[in-house]
Ligand binder design. Structure first.
Ligand code: SAH
Length: 390
């Protein structure tokens, strides 16, 4: 069988490409497209043989696309228009322009691609851009399934709830019964290895967007715990940490990171943000969504790791408000709180060990790129499901 020809749009650092490889599909990326020069350097470093077009997607012509003669599109359109912190301009946002261009040229291609996988943030499902996408799919004769999935569905201790859509030309059957509802778990298919229909740990009722990682103070009725954390939040975290289906974070940590001290939270951040940090230990089975500001901004950008696992958090936080800054720091420092390293985040996102960054890419840039990327295992599984026919 000839290899499937794949077009990777908004390729970033190539999370989709890694997912495609992991799925084991007989496929090759015939073009990857992205405007970000730093992301492109990382992409080229890891996939030197994949043709990379460093340009804007709205600049790609129908002729260029036709000449690529692709069978599948993998794409993660920029998410800002759909996030709560973004402008919420939806299709009027200039950043949505390239996606509208894709929707406009797709029906005019000489050969309609058989398969489409799209990833986006939660919130996309109720956007106008999504409605345009669905309209185009119907017009072109696709059937499709929408999902809201987090890596926790696969036992990975990281929340990253994302919207996914699988679409297939109607001549190609899906291996599962599609539904108009948004699925919150992987569908069961005939292949037993793909079966995993356990309900996700976190439902959509528990929002997991970039902002929700912030613990909010509880009212007097819920009681404020040693941190600004409500008892419900604490209980949810404890339930996650006791879930035997979930891997522990230690499986994803680097064994010997040279100079781990560069990842310690600076005193200023400790003092300022102590009460809103989401602290996890290596034995925990959860972490919040890592976003592009991780390692730089503290609020709601992702969990931090307690390096001194034997110190009780409650003792480090006890009566903090009565202490001087110096005393506070002395107490908080006993926890040795540090950021997850970029490699550790890549591990949680399912990037293979051979995936790397060129040396000149700074730590801040790595966090940024990883924060925009996706979970490779989730994508790999979705691609397998997409390609299965019965
Ligand atoms: N899935 C990717 C990340 C996608 S983030 C990964 O695994 O890394 C969205 C990407 O779209 C960013 O890399 C951004 O540079 C790119 N992008 C945004 N607007 C674009 C446009 N108009 N043309 C080309 N690329 C664009």
């Amino acid at each position: 069988m000839a290899a499937l020809r794949v077009l990777e749009l908004y390729s970033g650092i190539g999370g989709m490409h890694c997912g495609l490889t992991e799925s084991g599909a007989a496929a090759k990326v015939v073009a990857a497209v992205d405007v970000n020069t730093i992301a492109n350097e990382v992409y080229k470093y890891n996939f030197p043989n994949a043709p990379l077009l460093p340009k804007s997607i709205e600049g790609i012509t129908l002729q260029e696309l036709d000449s690529l003669s692709f069978d599948m599109i993998l794409m993660s359109p920029p998410c800002q228009p759909f996030t709560r912190i973004g402008l919420q301009g939806d299709v009027t946002d200039p950043r949505a322009k390239s996606f509208l261009h894709v929707l406009e040229v797709l029906p005019r291609l000489q050969k309609t691609p058989k398969y489409i996988l799209l990833e986006n943030v939660k919130g996309f499902e109720s956007s106008e851009a999504r409605d345009n996408l669905i309209r185009m799919l119907r017009t072109c004769g696709y059937h499709f399934q929408e999902f809201l999935l987090s890596p926790t569905c696969l036992g990975i201790p990281n929340s990253r709830l994302r919207y996914f859509l699988l679409a297939k030309l109607q001549t190609e059957p899906f291996a599962f019964q599609t539904t108009n509802k948004i699925l919150e778990a992987f569908p069961s298919t005939n292949e037993s290895e793909l079966e995993h229909s356990d309900p996700p740990i976190e439902g959509t009722s528990q929002p997991d967007t970039d902002q929700s990682a912030i613990s909010r103070p509880g009212g007097p009725e819920t009681g404020i715990l040693y941190k600004m954390e409500t008892s419900e939040e604490l209980q949810r975290k404890q339930t996650q940490d006791n879930d035997p289906n979930m891997q522990t974070l230690e499986d994803f940590l680097e064994e010997d990171t040279e100079d781990i001290s560069q990842y310690l939270l600076p005193p200023k951040s400790l003092l300022r943000y102590a009460l809103i940090l989401d602290i996890v230990k290596p034995t925990c089975r959860r972490s919040t969504c890592f976003t592009k500001g991780y390692g730089h901004y503290v609020e709601g950008t992702g969990s931090v790791l307690q390096g001194a696992a034997d110190v009780e958090i409650s003792s480090a936080y006890k009566s903090l408000e009565t202490l001087s800054d110096e005393e506070k720091l002395a107490k908080l420092s006993t926890l040795r709180l540090r950021y997850f390293t970029p490699r550790e985040i890549a591990n949680l996102h399912g990037f293979p060990t051979r995936f790397g960054f060129p040396e000149k890419i700074t730590t801040k840039q790595r966090y940024r790129l990883l924060g925009n990327s996706l979970n490779v295992h989730v994508v790999a599984k979705l691609i397998s499901i997409l390609l299965q026919s019965h």
